[in-house]
Design a binder for this molecule. Structure first.
Ligand SMILES: Cc1cc2nc3c(=O)[nH]c(=O)nc-3n(C[C@H](O)[C@H](O)[C@H](O)COP(=O)(O)OP(=O)(O)OC[C@H]3O[C@@H](n4cnc5c(N)ncnc54)[C@H](O)[C@@H]3O)c2cc1C
Length: 324
């Protein structure tokens, strides 16, 4: 049996941030992840400067590609607007691996299946034992499944379906493009050029809304790649897109049961306007570590709900109500 005071299931941004903070205080902790790192993770990879601040990373310290965007080219109702922003884009393949290594904790490649409580301890797959268990396993987190599903059910109407591909491409347009409300998509599509010649294109939308319109995400993907071709943003490329689902932020009341915690996508914390989850994953990882260190309850109500200032969010929500 491998013993550790804290075991974190999942080595994404939520898990690695929690581990990093615990290690800073010298707390015994390990991470279990079902896949070896570095590994691909479907994600556009936008992060705000606030995420870098939370992670105490300066632009110079980060050794991989960090693309800076000062504006977004927003396409809406056949108009193109330039919106001033202060955003960065990273590649998750590099970012997640770097954060995990920086945390300095031991990582086991292990797919957690069975978790039981044994007095004050938790035992995972008859192999790992801990006093504190942190569920950072994303949408399909086994800690969420075992302990939290009944008390913290995820709202079906907040489930987002996505299709995406990140690939090497000799892109000619280095701007970040976003399309809202195209073909009545209850979501948006993106074109994000990244460092070292990588391009990320993707689409995300609310599953229930698509279904109630008799629609699906694949239809919108096909229209989207036609649009990329029409605008000469991506030409003659054979796409091999992949899909993933996750949840937009809902209730965050039940995130701790005894010494078991859930954070990041395991809770469903992605921002309500843009569906960004890296920042909330990082914030919740820090808060979980602080709760374990200080012996207080985990409270995630302070985790940011929106990516953009309230007026941009209000405008977008209003437009989506009027036109979807
Ligand atoms: C297409 C797409 C685009 C996105 N774009 C953005 C964006 O631009 N900006 C942004 O901020 N957010 C974006 N998001 C959301 C963001 O990716 C997530 O919110 C974020 O990754 C959540 O981090 P996490 O650490 O909670 O979970 P994850 O990053 O999902 O990490 C969970 C980890 O747990 C591991 N795991 C799962 N099950 C088990 C198990 N049984 N045993 C052991 N390990 C397990 C997984 O292998 C994984 O490494 C996007 C999401 C999608 C799908």
């Amino acid at each position: 049996m491998i013993n550790s005071k804290v075991i974190i299931v999942g080595g994404g941004p939520a898990g690695s941030t929690c581990a990093w903070k615990l290690r800073q205080k010298g707390i015994d902790c390990l991470i279990l992840d079902k896949k070896p790192f570095p590994k691909p993770k479907l994600c556009a990879g936008w992060i705000t400067p606030g995420v870098l601040d939370d992670l105490a990373i300066t632009q110079d310290q980060y050794p991989h590609g960090l693309t800076k965007f000062n504006k977004f080219q927003v396409h809406i109702f056949n108009k193109e607007l330039k919106i001033k922003v202060h955003q960065y884009a990273i590649r998750r393949y590099e970012f997640d691996d770097w954060l995990l290594k920086r945390s300095g904790v031991t990582v086991y490649t292990h797919d957690v299946k069975k978790i039981i409580q044994d007095g004050p301890n938790y035992i995972l797959d008859d192999r790992f034992r801990c006093q504190y268990l942190v569920g950072a396993g994303g949408t399909h987190c086994p800690v969420y499944r075992t302990f939290f599903r009944p008390v913290n059910p995820r709202a079906k109407n907040l489930m987002v379906v996505t299709l995406e591909e990140e690939f090497q491409y000799d892109y000619q347009d280095g701007n970040c493009h976003l399309w809202f409300l195209q073909n009545k998509l209850p979501g948006y599509t993106w074109y994000v050029p990244k460092s070292k010649g990588y391009l990320n294109v993707g689409i995300g939308g609310y599953f229930e809304k698509l279904k109630s319109n008799g629609d699906n995400i694949k239809n919108h993907w096909l229209l989207f790649i036609q649009e990329l071709e029409r605008l000469s943003l991506v030409k003659n490329y054979q796409f091999n897109e992949k899909g993933y689902t996750y949840y937009i932020r809902n209730g965050v009341e039940n995130v701790q049961i005894d010494n078991v915690f859930i954070i990041g996508d395991a809770v469903g914390l992605a921002t309500q306007d843009m569906g960004e989850g890296i920042g909330p994953a990082v914030e919740s990882g820090i808060l979980a570590a602080e709760a374990i260190i200080s012996g207080t309850s985990l409270d995630l109500k302070s985790v940011r709900k929106y990516s953009f200032p309230w007026y941009l969010t209000a405008l977008r929500l209003l437009a989506s109500r009027l036109f979807s």
